[in-house]
Design a protein around this ligand. Structure first.
Ligand SMILES: [Zn+2]
Length: 229
């Protein structure tokens, strides 16, 4: 999971560990696998100068990262490949994902769901109050302009159990690596467990537009957002 250490890594070398029809497992990868509302990466792998498209990246039920290859006929186990993620799409996902952290920091309710995509993203809050669209839009863009730094800390499961307030998302269990949980810290405004990919500074997000705030029933307010380049 090279994206955990370096979310800006676009190219990497790897060895094929397993092939099951068009599903490829590598010994290391920069491809982010679909999870936590963030889509799996697409991109290419190259073997002996021949490029093959990766059309999705997902986890299997053993938490292996599966690269779904458009045409895997030329691939064999133990072969060395070069991987390249589609950076344009991934970087947009990173900006969107970081924007959702900022949104979460501004709205004091638990998160019950969320979805990130290239065009727009959303978070669902366990709230019955009205959420003021213009107020949130002004505040979130101020956080972007303040250019907060995004950094990481690792804690043990016991340490997390002692700080249950950290977990804002009721529907997603925090990801764990070697029995440790990664915390994502945005300046002094947000700290929560997350295994997704983020930008390094909030200014990279760009201008955020808050879209419709939908009433999805009792105790559910859906906040949509998009970002302009
Ligand atoms: Zn995150």
């Amino acid at each position: 999971m090279l994206f955990i250490e370096d979310s800006y890594l676009k190219d990497f070398d790897a060895t094929i560990l397993n092939i099951d029809s068009n599903k490829i497992i590598l010994d290391r990868t920069a491809f982010y696998a679909k999870s936590g509302g963030q889509p799996g990466d697409i991109g290419k792998i190259t073997l002996n100068g021949k490029e093959m498209n990766i059309i999705d990246t997902v986890y299997d039920n053993k938490q292996n990262i599966i690269h779904v290859c458009e045409n895997s006929n030329d691939l064999k186990i133990d072969e060395k490949i070069k991987g390249k993620i589609n950076w344009e799409i991934r970087y947009k996902h990173m900006r969107m994902h970081t924007a959702l952290h900022l949104l979460c920091s501004l709205i004091p309710y638990d998160v019950t769901g969320g979805q990130i995509s290239y065009e727009k993203s959303r978070l669902d809050f366990n709230a019955d109050d009205k959420i003021e669209k213009e107020e949130i839009e002004n505040k979130i863009n101020q956080l972007v302009k303040d250019d907060h730094e995004i950094s990481y800390q690792w804690i043990t499961l016991e340490e997390l159990d002692n700080q249950p307030d950290l977990v804002r998302t009721m529907s997603v269990k925090p990801p764990r690596t070697n029995n440790k949980i990664r915390l994502v810290k945005i300046g002094s405004i947000d700290l929560q467990p997350c295994g997704g990919t983020h930008v390094k500074r909030t200014k990279e997000i760009g201008n955020i537009r808050i879209g419709k705030i939908e009433n999805k029933g009792k105790m559910n307010r859906r906040v949509n957002l998009s970002i302009s380049d």
